[in-house]
Design a protein around this ligand. Structure first.
Ligand SMILES: Cc1cc2nc3c(=O)[nH]c(=O)nc-3n(C[C@H](O)[C@H](O)[C@H](O)COP(=O)(O)O)c2cc1C
Length: 195
């Protein structure tokens, strides 16, 4: 499992979770069909409200159909490094519960779980994965003809981690930094909410 070598948590959380970070440096190594299927399969087994499985993944591979169009929807600050990764995935959710025809309040929540499982599987395979909200969802909707009953939520940049020094200086520094976390005491409340 390649990482920046930073032991992120001081506690013994699972190595897959501890090794994960959001890389910007990607190597030239391609993602095989089998590797791609495995990470998507990991997402498939995520739990979801009413077992709706509202997530949808639109896969694009570098040099193949749809990739240039999806890349063009990213914010410039993301495009400059994401263009090297072999796979870009557009994350969608179906907004309507199929059983009752009503809005699925938990659709994005469930996409989050599915992408977390996809991320864990990818990390276990030594892959690097970076989720992006910095893209133009309306442009992606138009480019791929996504119907209004789907929300266009995020983009996954997927590949294998590259060398940090392949990045421009400023991004290289960020690649090597430990991204901070709030302390558990701020995130967790026991028995009552402390604001
Ligand atoms: C929904 C979502 C949107 C994000 N959007 C961007 C983005 O547009 N550009 C970017 O460089 N990173 C983006 N990130 C990555 C976060 O900045 C990153 O996960 C956070 O700083 C923690 O760092 P780590 O993933 O390396 O632990 C996004 C992450 C998520 C989950």
């Amino acid at each position: 499992m390649k990482s920046t070598g930073v032991q992120r948590s001081a506690l013994p959380v699972h190595p897959v979770l501890n090794a994960r970070f959001s890389p910007r440096a990607f190597s030239d190594r391609a993602v095989t069909d089998a590797e791609l299927e495995l990470v998507l399969e990991a997402a498939r087994w995520a739990p979801s409200s009413m077992n709706e499985q509202p997530w949808r993944f639109l896969i694009t591979r570098r040099g193949e159909e749809g990739h240039a169009e999806l890349l063009a929807t990213l914010n410039h600050s993301n495009q400059v490094w994401a263009n090297k990764a072999p796979v870009l995935i557009l994350n969608l959710v179906h907004r309507i519960l199929s059983r009752i025809g009503q809005e699925n309040f938990h659709a994005r929540h469930d996409l989050g779980i599915a992408t977390a499982q996809l991320t864990a599987q990818a990390t276990a395979l030594g892959m690097g994965l970076h989720i992006l909200g910095g893209f133009h969802a309306d442009a992606a909707r138009a480019a791929f003809g996504i119907p209004e009953t789907y929300d266009v939520v995020s983009v996954i940049v997927l590949g294998f981690p590259g060398e940090p020094d392949s990045l421009p200086e400023q991004l290289m520094q960020r690649e090597l930094q430990h991204s901070p976390r709030r302390p558990l005491a701020e995130l967790v409340h026991y028995g009552r909410f402390n604001g």
